[in-house]
Write a protein that binds this ligand. Structure first.
Ligand code: DC
Length: 220
C-alpha cells in the first residue's frame, strides 16, 4: 500500500494529538507531535532564564530535540533528557507559543520535521504542517472547535493532572494563544487551501475518528 503524509493542523486544545495518535495507530504510521518540539524549546528557555530573542536564537546551537518511545508512548527529549513530564503546563505552553514566533526557531524545527517525513508513513500535527512543513501532504486536516469547548477540555486535563486551574483564566489563555498563533508574522496558523475542515465542537471521539478514518481510507 502506498504510504502517504497526513498533516493535521488546528487551534490549541482541539484534540489534534488524540486524533493524530489514533490515526497513526490505525494506519501503522509514525506520529509526530510538533507542538512538543516547540514546548521542549520553551522549557529550555524557561530553565535557562532566556527572554531575549537573540539569546534564544544563539541557544539553538546547544539544543537537541528528539523523541523516544516509553512503554509505547512517544516522549519528547531535550538534549537527551526525557522532558515529557514537564512540558504540558500552561507556563511552558506560553513559552512555546513565544519561541514559536521566532523565525530561526521555526527553521530549526521545520528542517528536522521535514527529515522525519522523508519516508512518508507519517501523521504529523501542529500549526504549519499542511502549509509550510509538508505543503504537498496527500491528506491535510484542519481541526477546529469553539474556544469554550477547548478551554473546558484543557481545564479537565489540568484537573486530571492535579493542578488547580481557574476556568476564566484557562479560557483567556486559549483566546490569547489563538491570537498569537494566528497573528504572528512567521508561519501563522491558517488553513491550507486544500485542507479538509473538521469542527469537532459537538462530536464524540468515536464520531470524529470515523470521519477521519474515512478520509484516510480514500488513499488506500
Ligand atoms: O500544540 P501545542 O499546544 O502543544 O503547541 C505549543 C505551541 O507551539 C503553540 O502555541 C503553537 C506552537 N506550535 C507552532 O507554532 N507550530 C507547530 N507546528 C506546533 C506548535
Amino acid at each position: 500500500m502506498k504510504k502517504i503524509i497526513v498533516a493535521i493542523d488546528g487551534y490549541s486544545s482541539c484534540g489534534k494529538s488524540t486524533i493524530a495518535k489514533a490515526l497513526a495507530r490505525y494506519a501503522g504510521y509514525t506520529y509526530v507531535d510538533t507542538g512538543a518540539m516547540y514546548r521542549a524549546i520553551g522549557l529550555y528557555t524557561l530553565r535557562n532564564g532566556l527572554t531575549e530573542e537573540a539569546d534564544i536564537i544563539a541557544a539553538l546551537d546547544h539544543i537537541q530535540v528528539g523523541f523516544i518511545l516509553v512503554d509505547g508512548a512517544q516522549h519528547v527529549t531535550l538534549n537527551g533528557e526525557d522532558v515529557e513530564g514537564y512540558i504540558r503546563t500552561l507556563e511552558v505552553g506560553n513559552c512555546a507559543s513565544r519561541v514559536s514566533a521566532i523565525k530561526e526557531v521555526r527553521a530549526f524545527l521545520v528542517k528536522q520535521q521535514q527529515a522525519m517525513g522523508e519516508a512518508k508513513g507519517i501523521v504529523m500535527d501542529g500549526r504549519d504542517i499542511g502549509t509550510v512543513v509538508f505543503p504537498n501532504a496527500e491528506l491535510k486536516l484542519f481541526l477546529t472547535a469553539s474556544a469554550e469547548v477547548r478551554a473546558q477540555r484543557r481545564y479537565d486535563e489540568l484537573i486530571a493532572k492535579g493542578e488547580k486551574p481557574n476556568f476564566a483564566e484557562v479560557l483567556a489563555d486559549v483566546n490569547d494563544r489563538d491570537y498569537r498563533d494566528t497573528h504572528r508574522a512567521e508561519s501563522p496558523l491558517r488553513q491550507a487551501e486544500d485542507a479538509i475542515v473538521v469542527d469537532n465542537s459537538h462530536m464524540t471521539e468515536e464520531e470524529q475518528m470515523e470521519v477521519v478514518y474515512g478520509y484516510f481510507n480514500r488513499f488506500q
